[in-house]
Design a protein around this ligand. Structure first.
Ligand SMILES: Nc1ncnc2c1ncn2[C@@H]1O[C@H](COP(=O)(O)OP(=O)(O)OP(=O)(O)O)[C@@H](O)[C@H]1O
Length: 246
């Protein structure tokens, strides 16, 4: 099998917590082939394992069993340092709660992962400025997160997630803390990323996010119960849903 063309592949991935009568199968034998450039939305009731799966896919948590490939490279079984290196190079996360460094300005937050990955201060700053411009926050680059709205903070978090050009961007309920205007702005941003070919996995309760995905997986009790491929060119429908058409 040509694994290179898949951004992510999982085979019978499992994650259990506890033991005996307290055993919880948070993720129960999940298999997934996800081509590069695909935007995948994952939905399902609270506690069905969405966040756990996202953490497994991004190497934040280790699976109890199963196999996982990121960009064609097998990553389950890697040691801590190799896994951390792989994570730094290939994935990034956007969380519901933003997780920005409050004492750093927007541009400092965005450039930080680039600096940690070894970019020169000059290159990191240039890239951070470009990304803040891309997410519509060029004028807010020197502001602290505490002086920004939730929607602005989340756009900073998306810019930060993009700074090292991840193979896969994983988002866990990115609009969960946002009002509807900020949600729309963020949806438009995700739609731009999707159009630009960014591989996306988005866990969400928001059906509008599902509308922009190429594929919608529904989970229940740790397993996939539905796997829906969206039609190839639903651009008009997307534009309507996202209010992009003016
Ligand atoms: N560290 C842990 N220890 C024990 N059980 C856990 C742990 N983390 C998650 N679980 C359990 O695993 C299951 C899946 O949790 P997970 O957070 O992945 O669900 P979710 O679908 O993301 O839920 P939500 O939509 O509410 O965020 C739940 O039953 C949860 O209680």
């Amino acid at each position: 099998m040509n694994r290179e063309r898949f951004a992510l592949q999982a085979r019978r991935l499992c994650k259990t917590h506890g033991a005996g009568s307290a055993l919880v199968r948070a993720v129960d034998e999940v298999s997934l082939d996800m081509p590069a450039g695909q935007a995948l939305a994952i939905m399902g009731p609270s506690g069905c394992g969405k966040s756990t799966l996202l953490h497994l896919l991004g190497g934040l948590e280790r699976a109890t069993a199963g196999a996982l490939w990121l960009g064609g490279k097998r990553i389950d079984g890697l040691g801590e340092r190799a896994l951390a290196r792989m994570r730094r190079r290939s994935v990034s996360f956007v969380f519901q709660a933003f997780h920005l460094m409050e004492e750093l300005s927007a541009v400092q937050n965005v450039e930080l992962p680039a600096l940690l990955a070894g970019a020169s201060p000059w290159a990191a700053r240039r890239r951070a400025d470009q990304l803040l411009d891309r997410v519509g926050l060029a004028k807010r680059a020197r502001h602290l997160p505490s002086a920004m709205s939730g929607g602005e903070r989340q756009r900073v978090a998306v810019a930060r997630a993009l700074v090292n050009e991840p193979l896969v961007l994983l988002a866990d309920e990115p609009t969960g803390n946002l009002d509807s205007a900020a949600t729309r702005t963020l949806l438009r941003l995700f739609e731009e990323l999707r159009t630009a070919g960014q591989t996306l996995v988005i866990v969400t309760h928001d059906e509008r996010i599902a509308a922009l995905a190429d594929r919608l997986i529904t989970m229940r009790d740790g397993a996939f119960v539905d796997d829906l491929r969206m039609p190839a060119a639903p651009v008009g429908r997307r534009a309507g849903l996202l209010n992009l058409g003016g």
